[in-house]
Write a protein that binds this ligand. Structure first.
Ligand SMILES: Cc1cc2nc3c(=O)[nH]c(=O)nc-3n(C[C@H](O)[C@H](O)[C@H](O)COP(=O)(O)O)c2cc1C
Length: 217
């Protein structure tokens, strides 16, 4: 629709989708199945994302197979065990956190960056722009899913090469995101890590500078 103008009501909807999106882990997924149509809508949001030089450098693996999910969960368990020792005084809290929903979520989607073999317009000075484009696709998926009342959890405590081997991914592709997707028992109004006092939300005004960085920052 050319030059569509959004009404106040529509503006409020996108604001709510953004504010009420949550990262969902295994303690909140239900086993209600997710239809192919819903997955297609989420993937359609992904491929509508902006990308550097219109390179669309993304590829997706949609996983429903229980054995594959279980193998990925094993990869998570190894990495998570290593990770917890890096948090010193917070180690005991870390051990209690649920940081994935790989087996609980009916669908997992692995999102890959497929680098171009030729120079990409716009990516000539800052080489990470390809990966950043894929992250734009991931955020579109997360928001579209929320609008469909479907939860998404991003799992990054994984060895990307082991995940690639499990999913038979071409060597050149890079894992950007491993997403757990499914219906939920509830969407919280605040991040779980904020509720559990792992971290506080930063004040917006402390993050924004005008013209130049000011203060001690
Ligand atoms: C790049 C990225 C990686 C993340 N990896 C994990 C992860 O491995 N495990 C996890 O439980 N949450 C992960 N998260 C979710 C964050 O913990 C979550 O977004 C944050 O706590 C704020 O909560 P909210 O998404 O509900 O607003 C990740 C989020 C992002 C953006």
């Amino acid at each position: 629709m050319k030059n569509k103008q959004f009404s106040q009501e529509e503006q409020s909807v996108i604001e709510q989708v953004i504010q009420l999106r949550r990262d969902i882990r295994g303690n909140h997924f239900t086993d209600q199945s997710v239809s192919e149509k819903v997955i297609e809508q989420i993937l359609s949001a992904a491929v509508s994302a902006p990308s550097v030089g219109y390179s669309q450098p993304w590829e997706f693996v949609v996983i429903r197979d229980r054995q594959i999910k279980s193998n990925i969960a094993d990869i998570f368990a190894i990495e998570n065990e290593k990770a917890k020792h890096q948090f010193d005084q917070k180690e005991s809290i870390y051990g209690q956190l649920k940081l994935e929903g790989i087996c609980e979520a009916p669908v997992n989607i692995a999102v890959f960056y497929k680098p171009d073999t030729l120079p990409v317009l716009g990516q000539t000075s800052m080489s990470s722009m390809g990966e950043y484009s894929v992250v734009c696709a991931v955020q579109n998926m997360w928001l579209m899913a929320r609008a469909l009342n479907v939860g998404v959890g991003w799992v990054s405590i994984l060895d990307p090469e082991r995940v690639k081997a499990e999913l038979a991914v071409p060597k050149a592709n890079q894992l950007v995101a491993y997403l757990c997707v499914g219906y939920v028992d509830e969407f919280g109004t605040k991040p779980e890590l904020e509720i559990l006092k792992w971290a506080d939300r930063k004040e917006q005004h402390s993050l924004v500078h005008y013209d130049r960085y000011s203060g001690l920052g």
